[in-house]
Design a protein around this ligand. Structure first.
Ligand code: GLN
Length: 527
C-alpha cells in the first residue's frame, strides 16, 4: 500500500491534565513551521456523544467548531497553535462511535454477526482516524485520559492495530508522563512514569519518545533513568517543566532531541520558521509599560479553563496593544458595583442557567451608566439587552431562560422550546451577520459582513426594540434576513459592544480578534 499520511499518536501516563494537548499542538506547530501539512484530532473515551452537556466546572470550556461540533477544550489549543479551523471529524468520542454502531446493529447492517468492541469499535476508531487525517502530511492523534484506563483500552488497541496496517515506520508514538517531585526527600520520582511506560508496552506499543512533565526543572538524571527503564534513547526523552507560557513549548521542542526525530519522521528537512512564536513569547514575558485590568464576570470560579478561549483572546489583544493584562475574576453571584468600579473594562462571557444572572445584568447596567468599556459574549449580549430594557422602562424585562414574565426581551425560538436540557439542539457553529454601516462593530471589524461561531438557544425579541433603545442600546448587526439580533452596542459609550456569537473561538495568539482588540485598545488609551 502506498501510504501517504504519517501519524503521530500522543498518549498519556500517570495522570491526565498535565499538558498532552499542548504537547500535541506544539509538535504540530513545529512540523507546520517546517512546511508540513498538519492535521490533528482528539479521541476521548467518554460515553458522551459530544462535549455539549459536560459540566464546564469539571471539564473546562466547551469549544465549538465552525460546523457546530461541541468539543473538548483541547481543540481550542489545536486551533490556536496551528491556526486552522477544525470540524466534527477532529473530535472523536466513544459515545459517538458506539451510538453509530448500535444504530447500525439495529438497522441490521451487521448481517447476523456478533457486534463487539474488538473489532467493531476498534475498526470504527481507525476509520475515524483515517478520515480525519486524509490529505495531510502528518496527522496527530491525541488519546484522552491515561493508558490503562479501562474505558480507553479500545483506543489503545485501535492505534496499535492502525500502526500495523499503515506501517510502523509511518507512525510515531509519543507518551506524555508526569514525574512528581517529593518535597520531603527533595527528589523527582520516576517510578510512576516507569510503570506507565510498562503499561503502554503491555498493550503492545513501544513509544518512540517520552515527554516528561514536571512542575520544576528536572535534572538530566531523570531523563537518563526513564531512558534506561523505559527502553527509549536518551535523546528521545524530553524534559518539559511547567513553562512561563504555553506558547514557549513549540520553541522548547524545536531545541530538543525531539526535533531531529520529528525531522527524520516527517522527512521535511527545512528548518522550522518559529519567528512568530518567538515574538509572542517575547510579548508575553517582557515587562509592559502599562497594565490594564479586565473584569471577567464569571460563574465558574474554580476552574480557569472554563473561560480559556476568552482569556487567550484577551491576552493576544493585550500583546498586540503592547500592554500588560490582568484578568480579575468577578464572582457573578456576589458582584457589586464596587467590583465593577475597580476594573478598566468588563467582559461578560457566555453561560447557561440562572445562577449568577443578577450579577451579570448588574455588570451591564453599571457599564452602560458609567461608560465602562464592555464586551458581551452570547449571554453577555442577552444580559446587556435585559439591562437596557429595564433602563428603558420595562422593569421586569428578562429572558425566558430565567423567568416567565411576559416581558421576556430574550425569548425562545420557535422549535427550540422544550429542548432546554438536550444535546446538540442549540444554534451551533458558523452563522453570518450583517453589520450596520457606520456602527462601532462595523468599524472594528473593518467590514459589514462577518461570520462568527454560535452556541445558544435564546434570541433577542425585537418587539421590545423601542425600550431597549431607550435604555441605551441599538442593534448593530443582524442575521442577513434581519430576523435574528447578532450585535448590539451603545452609541454613546467609548466601547460597549455585545455579540450573540462566540468570537473568542476565532482569536489567534498571532492575530487578535477585532472585538477583543477593540476592548483592549479602548482601555489602553491614556485618558
Ligand atoms: N443561555 C443562553 C442561550 O442559550 C446563552 C448561551 C451562551 O452564552 N453560550 O441562548
Amino acid at each position: 500500500m502506498d501510504q501517504k499520511e504519517k501519524y503521530i499518536f500522543v498518549t498519556g501516563g500517570v495522570l491526565s491534565g498535565v499538558g498532552k494537548g499542548i504537547t500535541a499542538a506544539s509538535i504540530g506547530a513545529v512540523l507546520q513551521a517546517a512546511g508540513s501539512r498538519v492535521s490533528i484530532q482528539k479521541c476521548d473515551p467518554y460515553l458522551n456523544v459530544d462535549a455539549g452537556l459536560l459540566n464546564p466546572a469539571e471539564h473546562g470550556e466547551c469549544f465549538v467548531t465552525k460546523d457546530g461540533a461541541e468539543t473538548d477544550l483541547d481543540l481550542g489549543h489545536y486551533e490556536r497553535f496551528l491556526d486552522i479551523e477544525l470540524t466534527q471529524k477532529n473530535a472523536t468520542l466513544s459515545g459517538k462511535l458506539l451510538s453509530e454502531l448500535i444504530a447500525n446493529e439495529r438497522a441490521g447492517k451487521f448481517g447476523g454477526k456478533t457486534v463487539q468492541l474488538v473489532p467493531h469499535l476498534t475498526q470504527a476508531i481507525q476509520r475515524a482516524i483515517a478520515k480525519a487525517g486524509k490529505g495531510s502530511d502528518v496527522h496527530i492523534v491525541e488519546i484522552g485520559g491515561t493508558v490503562g484506563d479501562y474505558e480507553g483500552l479500545s483506543f489503545v488497541e485501535a492505534i496499535r492495530e492502525f500502526s500495523q496496517k499503515v506501517g510502523r515506520e509511518n507512525c510515531l508514538f509519543v507518551h506524555v508522563v508526569y514525574v512528581p517531585f517529593l518535597g520531603t526527600s527533595k527528589e523527582f520520582k520516576t517510578k510512576p512514569a516507569q510503570n506507565a511506560l510498562n503499561d503502554l508496552r503491555g498493550f503492545g506499543i513501544v513509544p518512540d519518545c517520552v515527554v516528561v512533565r514536571t512542575d520544576e526543572v528536572a535534572p538530566m538524571s531523570v531523563a537518563k533513568k526513564i531512558s534506561l527503564f523505559g527502553g527509549v534513547s536518551e535523546e528521545s526523552v524530553l524534559l518539559l517543566p511547567n513553562a512561563d507560557t504555553v506558547y514557549r513549548v513549540p520553541l522548547t521542542i524545536a531545541e530538543s532531541g525531539l526535533k531531529p526525530l520529528l525531522t527524520k519522521f516527517s522527512g521535511v528537512t527545512k528548518e522550522p520558521d518559529l519567528s512568530a512564536w518567538k515574538t509572542i513569547v517575547k510579548a508575553q514575558t517582557s515587562k509592559p509599560k502599562k497594565t490594564v485590568t479586565v473584569g471577567l464576570v464569571a460563574k465558574y470560579m474554580d476552574n480557569e479553563d472554563t473561560y480559556i478561549s476568552i482569556v487567550e483572546a484577551l491576552k493576544s489583544a493585550a500583546w498586540e496593544a503592547k500592554v500588560g493584562l490582568k484578568v480579575k475574576w468577578i464572582n457573578a453571584e456576589e458582584a457589586t458595583n464596587d467590583d465593577f468600579a475597580h476594573v478598566d473594562g468588563l467582559v461578560v462571557p457566555g453561560g447557561f442557567g440562572a445562577r449568577g444572572i443578577d450579577g451579570k445584568i448588574a455588570a451591564a447596567t453599571y457599564a452602560l451608566e458609567h461608560n465602562t468599556p464592555y464586551l458581551g459574549i452570547c449571554l453577555g449580549l442577552q444580559v446587556a439587552v435585559i439591562a437596557a430594557a429595564r433602563r428603558g422602562g420595562l422593569k421586569d424585562a428578562n429572558s425566558n431562560e430565567f423567568s416567565d414574565t411576559k416581558n421576556n426581551v430574550v425569548y425562545i425560538m420557535e422549535g427550540q422550546s422544550g429542548k432546554e436540557s438536550t444535546g446538540g439542539t442549540l444554534r451551533l457553529g458558523d452563522y453570518p451577520a450583517t453589520l450596520l454601516r457606520n456602527s462601532k462593530a462595523a468599524s472594528i471589524y473593518g467590514s459589514t459582513q462577518v461570520v462568527e461561531r454560535h452556541r445558544h438557544r435564546y434570541e433577542v425579541n425585537q418587539k421590545f426594540m423601542q425600550q431597549i433603545e431607550k435604555g441605551g442600546l441599538i442593534v448593530s448587526g443582524t442575521s442577513p434576513d434581519g430576523k435574528l439580533v447578532e450585535f448590539v452596542e451603545s452609541p454613546t459609550s467609548t466601547y460597549f459592544v455585545a455579540t450573540q456569537a462566540h468570537p473568542e473561538f476565532k482569536s489567534r495568539p498571532f492575530r487578535s480578534h477585532p472585538l477583543f482588540a477593540g476592548l483592549i485598545q479602548s482601555i489602553s488609551i491614556d485618558k
